[in-house]
Design a protein around this ligand. Structure first.
Ligand SMILES: [Ca+2]
Ligand SMILES: [Ca+2]
Length: 732
């Protein structure tokens, strides 16, 4: 179990003073500032049970299909990593370690996937081996993505004198370096005075560059090189850091450090800071003086400027005895929890939230009752929190259970960038980087009747993905204060249409203005004048845009939409340079001055005027591809006599697109993927091939390895006997 009951400390003075413990913000042009809203009720669902001492939960970056659970130790003393996938824990572990040491704080303690795990397959584990040594090792995934190669490579070994206080957290920082939190070596009161000793790796936060075969010291490590102290150390003065984390939204580092007998604490380092920080132990337990140190680089424990005190500490009342650190919530299922840090006490089983603000921790709130799972289930001693690829939070307990924190009424699952990315078929306008997300799917505009003025974006928006994809339909739920938005987008292969329906509901107490602009940048023919604009109908009716397609000029896209009664519609077409200029003039957004790679921008606007509270307003937009179905249908022309290409996956596809190539006779072949602008984005095959059948899959990535945006792509097979194309739709 984690952690051990602590022996009473003889170093503790008899009397000590009790220290005092001390939806994304949307940027809207036309709408009023967001109003205070009632908070989403929280709940807990059990997602796994029957595990053997689970004590960590994580996912590889971008892997929204799987959650990995660390088992500290089984009856055979082996640690395991198991995969939760499709609602069940897979029978075959992802990884099984050798037998480990069996102290109740020992075993397999940490797991971190490399930021480039999708391509490198590298991940790192932290464990105590059968001799009690702390080991950090690198492993790699096997050809089966659900199974790791069993044999790892030792990265770092640290002698550990006692069985307790092993630390055990691993995590990659926003700087790409691996951070590892070690404990002070154990026993009680840090008898070896190791946490203050910068020649020891114990009681430290370490920072390693693991991008090469062996680790190297990142530039900027405070004790690197000739500076006295171990080069690996990032920060020191920690007792038993149990579950630090990086805030995925800000890059801030949070360290929960388990105290001795009086104080549990949370240390905080804003992003880009914290090098060489002395978090105080064993000079201080929390803010309470604890003991002297013969090794502190400060020369003495009484140099206050030398110690970074916790931003929050609590005492051992209420049955509390050991902090379990968690995460700053950055998921999308519970937007009003954005920025709230979750943590728990292992012994008292309380769960709390609060917010890091201007160097302090504010708004502490107990969530234990909120998160009671009900249904006869009880939460045991909480050993860890976890964060999945979407930023949703989990926690696990010593009874073998893993719980997920969920909204009781999951109405709001997505913010706007995700909505845009998932729905704008063929539309890559705008960056999907946090803080730079153009909102082209739904956006208010300032001046009714103006052109694209009012293309909106979410200031500080974080790209998240809680959308649901079922059949050919995507559903998403968003909030653009004060409007709730329900989205349903469906691809009809037979009808060759994409139908998007938005239902806006004003949640404010009074009427509010609402306007909707649908910006489409289909990157059609390269010359803007090829666009044909059919004038919008009279107010309250339909607007139609027609453009030809650069890939196949004989085909046409008809973009039409209609609003409810009294809605004014307008339509407009811009070249990309005009669009960029408009966007830059209206809403400059940091770090990305380009509206996107599109050649032509089209905008279709609906102005609802002033919308009363609680009246659903609906917009339906149909994008029709008149000459071909949007799914796997040959683009046209005679098929090459010597080859055939079939799409095996259901389209639109989300993960892997499976293809079957059949060649009648051997010869040169190229198999490439193009975007709608005709640019080759990925090559799957190039060279001579024998006759016969061969399977391929496209993982939805560009040649650079990054994820291709949602949209239309063309798979082009070229043989010496001709070429053919298949059209597919990728939805993220
Ligand atoms: Ca050094
Ligand atoms: Ca401290």
């Amino acid at each position: 179990m984690i952690p051990a009951p602590r022996p009473a400390s003889s170093a503790l003075p008899a009397s000590l003073p009790r220290a005092a413990g001390t939806f994304a913000a949307l940027f809207l042009l036309a709408l009023a500032a967001p109003e205070a809203r009632s908070e989403t009720p929280l709940g807990t669902v059990r997602v796994a049970q029957g595990l053997s001492l689970p004590l960590f939960v994580t996912s590889p970056p971008g892997d929204t299909a799987r959650v990995f659970i660390v088992e500290q130790r089984g009856a055979d003393q082996r640690g395991r990593i198991k995969i939760l996938k499709g609602g069940a824990v897979l029978a075959t572990p992802f990884l099984t370690t050798d037998p480990l040491s069996s102290g109740n704080e020992q075993g397999l303690l940490g797991l971190a996937f490399a930021p480039d795990y999708a391509t490198s397959g590298r991940f790192y584990i932290y464990y105590t081996d059968s001799n009690g040594m702390v080991q950090i090792a690198r492993h790699t995934v096997s050809a089966d993505p659900d199974v790791a190669n069993p044999t790892g490579t030792a990265i770092l070994s640290i002698y550990h004198p006692f069985t307790n206080h092993n630390g055990g957290w691993l995590g990659f920082g926003p700087d790409g370096y691996l951070y590892a939190a070690t404990g002070d070596g154990g026993s009680a009161g840090d008898p070896g005075d190791r946490a203050q000793n910068v020649d020891s790796l114990l009681g430290k936060m370490l920072r390693l560059d693991v991008s090469g075969p062996a680790y190297t010291i990142p530039p900027g490590n405070p004790f690197a090189g000739a500076t006295p102290g171990r080069d690996e150390i990032w920060a020191f003065g920690l007792r038993n850091p149990w579950r630090p984390s990086f805030d995925r939204g800000t890059g801030d580092l949070v360290i929960a450090d388990v105290g001795q007998n009086l104080r549990e604490e949370i240390d905080f380092a804003p992003a880009g800071t914290g090098a060489g920080a002395n978090y105080g132990w064993r000079c201080f337990e929390g803010t309470l003086p604890y003991a002297s140190s013969a090794t502190t680089p400060c020369g003495s424990c009484t140099v206050p400027a030398c110690t970074v005190f916790p931003v929050y500490e609590y005492d051992h009342t209420l049955g509390r005895c050991s902090i379990t650190g968690g995460y700053v919530y950055r998921g999308c299922a519970i937007p009003d929890l954005n920025g709230q840090y979750f943590f728990a006490d292992y012994c008292g089983r309380q769960i709390y939230t609060g917010r890091f603000q201007s160097g302090s921790f504010t708004g502490l709130r107990e969530r234990t009752a909120d998160l009671a799972p009900g249904g006869g289930l009880t939460i045991g001693n909480i050993t860890s929190f976890g964060e999945d690829a979407r930023g949703e939070l989990y926690f696990c307990d010593q009874n073998g259970q893993v719980f997920k924190i969920v909204p009781v009424a999951p109405l709001l699952e997505s913010d706007m960038p995700a909505l845009r990315a998932r729905t704008a078929l063929g539309d890559t306008l705008g960056s999907t980087s946090p803080g730079n997300a153009l909102v082209t799917g739904v956006t208010p505009f300032a001046d009714p009747g103006s052109r694209i003025r009012g293309v909106g974006y979410l200031r500080n928006a974080v790209l998240r993905d809680c959308s649901g994809l079922s059949g050919g339909c995507l559903t998403a739920h968003a909030r653009l204060d004060p409007f709730d938005i329900e989205l349903r987008a469906c691809v009809d292969s037979a009808g060759a249409t994409l139908t998007r329906q938005f239902v806006f509901t004003n949640t404010a107490a009074s009427s509010r203005p609402l306007a909707y602009v649908d910006v489409v940048t289909p990157r059609l023919r390269n010359e803007p004048n090829s666009s044909v604009v059919a004038s919008p109908g009279s107010p309250g009716h339909t607007a139609v845009l027609v453009q030809s397609n650069s890939i196949s000029p004989d085909r046409w896209i008809v973009h039409s939409g209609s609003g409810s009664a009294g809605v004014a519609a307008s339509a407009d077409v811009d070249t990309i340079s005009e669009l960029t200029a408009r966007v830059a003039a209206d809403q400059p957004f940091g770090g990305d001055g380009s509206a996107g790679p599109a050649d032509v921008g089209m905008a279709l606007g609906f102005d609802f005027g002033s919308v009363p509270p609680a009246v659903p307003e609906t917009v339906t937009v149909v994008t029709r591809l008149t000459a071909s179905a949007p799914t796997g249908v040959p683009v046209g022309g005679p098929l090459p006599s010597r080859g055939e290409l079939r799409i095996l996956s259901r389209v639109p596809f989300e993960g892997n697109l499976r293809l079957e190539l059949y060649l009648m006779s051997s010869g040169p072949v190229s198999l490439d993927i193009f975007d709608p602008a005709g640019r080759r984005v990925r090559t799957l095959e190039r060279g001579d091939m024998p006759a016969g059948r061969r399977l391929y899959s496209w993982d939805g990535r560009l040649e650079s390895g990054t994820h291709a945006p949602s949209g239309v792509y063309f798979i082009k097979l070229r043989t010496d006997g001709g070429a053919l194309m298949r059209r597919v739709v990728l939805l993220r």
